[in-house]
Design a protein around this ligand. Structure first.
Ligand SMILES: C[S@@+](CC[C@H](N)C(=O)[O-])C[C@H]1O[C@@H](n2cnc3c(N)ncnc32)[C@H](O)[C@@H]1O
Length: 332
């Protein structure tokens, strides 16, 4: 009898791990149940350090330019923050501008906003572990502080911030209308709201078809998402608060961010140091995410999902009462 060679053992182990990763993916989805289920998922992702190792300090997609070109994954993520600053017109705001970063992760955006633009940033997240890690990563001379808070019921008084900023937190919100209202409520009159989010196609126009429905179910259930809004739907919800002055401006950055999905899988191959650092259990945890990353790439590539950008300016008290009056008269 001949003994199997080392490459065969390695291949067998990899296949075994792949099968175990697929079993975890299928049998233990991270379904949204409450804000706690989201907090637990991010606490776990933060504690083991794997997500930070591969995705860096930004838990969001990268911006690869328009048209997209090859870029380092981590550079594209930092570039995303600067692109969003420019798109929102925040680069024209003076140092000292107060910013609330809603769903701040481990503070990647908050630190850039504080360090590169001189803003005074408060980052909030539902995950206590993220607050601890964000605080650890932020040097004392960077004006960014972090707290646990729920975006569905923010603890700040009305009109607290010059800017409200949020990246990829919206899909975790169970009620998008409440989320829209909270974002605008804490903004000062004349202040700017900038949001970047994963969205789905507006199914009021074209309902999801036979393959899109199960794919959408997976995208929701694997990463603790109760629902995706559509770009059109969330813009309407922001306008319906009566707190936005004029129309909400939107943009679609699907093509600029699309390379991120395959790039994030490629990180696992291109950076084998992760295997040494996190061992077989780390590899198993990473493999478990691969089907969702592939489905995300499929959904964004095929038009089922879209990457939405939103910009709104908070109305002044006079503008709000005009909106309330015109709504009342149009309802009569
Ligand atoms: C995909 S991560 C994005 C993190 C960060 N914006 C970034 O770009 O690195 C989503 C973030 O939303 C936060 N989040 C989810 N539900 C939340 C809630 N109800 N209140 C506050 N934060 C929440 C998560 O804790 C996490 O920090």
């Amino acid at each position: 009898m001949t003994l199997p060679s080392t490459p065969l053992i390695a291949l067998g182990s990899l296949l075994g791990l792949g099968a175990a990763g697929l079993a975890l993916y299928l049998l233990l989805p991270r379904k949204y149940q409450s804000a706690n289920s989201v907090a637990n998922a991010y606490d776990e992702w933060t504690e083991d350090g794997i997500l930070e190792f591969y995705w860096g300090e930004h838990i969001h997609l990268g911006h690869y330019g328009s048209p997209p070109r090859r870029k380092d994954f981590l550079v594209a993520k930092a570039d995303f923050v600067h692109e969003m600053v420019r798109w929102g017109g925040l680069d024209r705001l003076p140092p000292g501008t107060t910013v609330l970063d809603v769903g701040c992760g481990i503070g990647g955006s908050s630190r850039i906003l504080a360090r590169d633009y001189g803003f005074q940033v408060t980052g909030i997240t539902i995950s206590p572990q993220q607050v601890a890690r964000a605080s650890q990563l932020t040097p004392p001379d960077v004006s960014a502080q972090f707290a646990v808070d729920d975006a569905m019921a923010l603890s700040f008084p009305d009109a607290s911030f010059d800017v409200v900023w949020s990246i990829e937190a919206g899909p975790h919100m169970p009620d998008k209308a409440v989320f829209a209202r909270e974002l605008l409520r804490v903004l000062k009159p004349g202040g700017i709201l900038v949001v970047a989010d994963w969205n789905q196609r507006d199914d009021r126009q074209v309902p999801l078809n036979a393959w899109e429905q199960p794919v959408m179910r997976q995208l929701l259930d694997q990463w603790a998402h109760p629902a995706f809004a559509s770009i059109e739907g969330f813009a309407e919800q922001l306008e319906a608060t009566g707190l936005a002055a004029g129309r909400v401006v939107t943009a679609d950055w699907t093509s600029e961010t699309l390379p991120s999905w395959l790039d994030s899988i490629w990180q696992g191959v291109a950076r084998p140091a992760g295997l040494v650092r996190f061992g077989w259990s780390g590899l198993l945890k990473s493999l478990r995410e691969v089907p969702t990353l592939l489905l995300m790439r499929l959904a964004f590539g095929a038009g089922l999902c879209r990457f939405g950008m939103f910009r709104a300016v908070r109305s002044t008290p006079t503008q709000s009462s005009t909106v309330a009056l015109s709504t009342a008269s149009s309802n009569q």
